[in-house]
Write a protein that binds this ligand. Structure first.
Ligand code: NAD
Length: 280
């Protein structure tokens, strides 16, 4: 199957790896050539590491890499049967991309978004054929995380969720179908995990490292601060804000000023060298 990913950042390149390893041809598209170059070298390095560890052969690593094409023109995605968008978490930008995409791909191409929190109905509403729009929400890092949430919009064709579920299973992932609700399942349940941790920090109950150590010792794989820094405050803050707004400003989901300031300062976490922790 010919597939395409829009946005070659953290999620786009991870999803590209999953699809390439599943044997699909993948066109990875980004507007930033630097992002495409980074994705190219990080994917090469990932396949190289898997081969070094003996998890795949050198030939497989080469074949997976050969399944990938890095492109900077939307027109290159014309023959795709499935497109997954993984760009910035901004409704207007996503709607514009979907509108432009529809002018390029065939009428039966599935248009999916990896949005963490935005309304599928609003994204689909930008399209002439909203019935082929669906959420396919991977978790970070996509090649390692089993869970994939599948989110039909109210406009989505009734047969599409089951079709996408079997596709996702064939990639070795665990699909879960959920309604189009702010944050879906995981990001909804995870909001208080982050916001209560920040509240504890703001109240001076303990520092980030102590809270993280307590949570990991209690059985969580990562502490809330290490996890927010890993996800990126540009992404994580926007998701919190979007869930809060979409739930009609329910105070339970109110974002914190401390995280807003990190976001405004460009202290996005690991990717920028500084967040709650310093990575210099
Ligand atoms: P990122 O910042 O790492 O990458 C986004 C990429 O999109 C960048 O390379 C950027 O150049 C590109 N881009 C921006 N506008 C574009 C456009 N108009 N056309 C083409 N490319 C464009 O972001 P990310 O962390 O990969 O997140 C992407 C999406 O995935 C967001 O919707 C986010 O909510 C969602 N998501 C993120 C995570 C996470 O943990 N980071 C997890 C699940 C879902």
């Amino acid at each position: 199957m010919q597939t395409a990913i829009i946005g070659s950042g953290a999620m786009g390149s991870g999803i590209a790896q999953v699809l390439a390893q599943a044997g699909h041809k993948v066109f990875l598209y980004d507007t930033q050539s630097a992002a495409l170059e980074r994705a190219n070298s990080s994917l090469k390095a990932s396949f190289g590491k898997l081969a070094e560890k003996g998890k795949i052969s050198n030939e497989q690593a080469e074949a997976y890499m050969a399944n990938l094409q890095f492109v900077d023109s939307l027109e290159a995605l014309a023959g795709s049967e499935l497109v997954i968008e993984a760009i910035v978490e901004d409704l207007n930008v996503k709607q514009t991309v979907f509108r432009n995409l529809e002018a390029v791909v065939s009428g039966d191409c599935i248009l999916a978004t990896n949005t963490s929190s935005l309304s599928l109905a609003s994204i689909a509403a930008a399209c002439k054929h909203p019935e082929r729009v669906i959420g396919i929400h991977f978790f970070n890092p996509a090649p390692l995380m089993a869970l994939v949430e599948i989110i039909p919009a109210v406009q989505t064709d009734a047969a599409l969720p089951a079709k996408v579920r079997s596709m996702v299973s064939s990639w070795g992932k665990l699909p879960v179908i959920t309604k189009d609700t702010p944050g879906f399942i995981v990001n909804r349940v995870a909001r208080p995990f982050y916001s209560e941790a920040i509240r504890l920090l703001e109240e001076g109950v303990a520092d980030c490292a102590t809270i993280d150590a307590a949570m990991t010792a209690a059985g969580f794989r990562m502490g809330p601060f290490a996890l927010m820094d890993f996800i990126g405050h540009d992404v994580n803050y926007r998701v919190t804000e979007s869930v809060w707004q979409s739930l009609f400003f329910d105070p339970r989901f109110k974002p914190s000023l401390s995280q807003k300031r990190l976001f405004e300062a460009g202290y996005y976490g690991r990717k920028s060298g500084r967040g709650f922790y310093s990575y210099a």
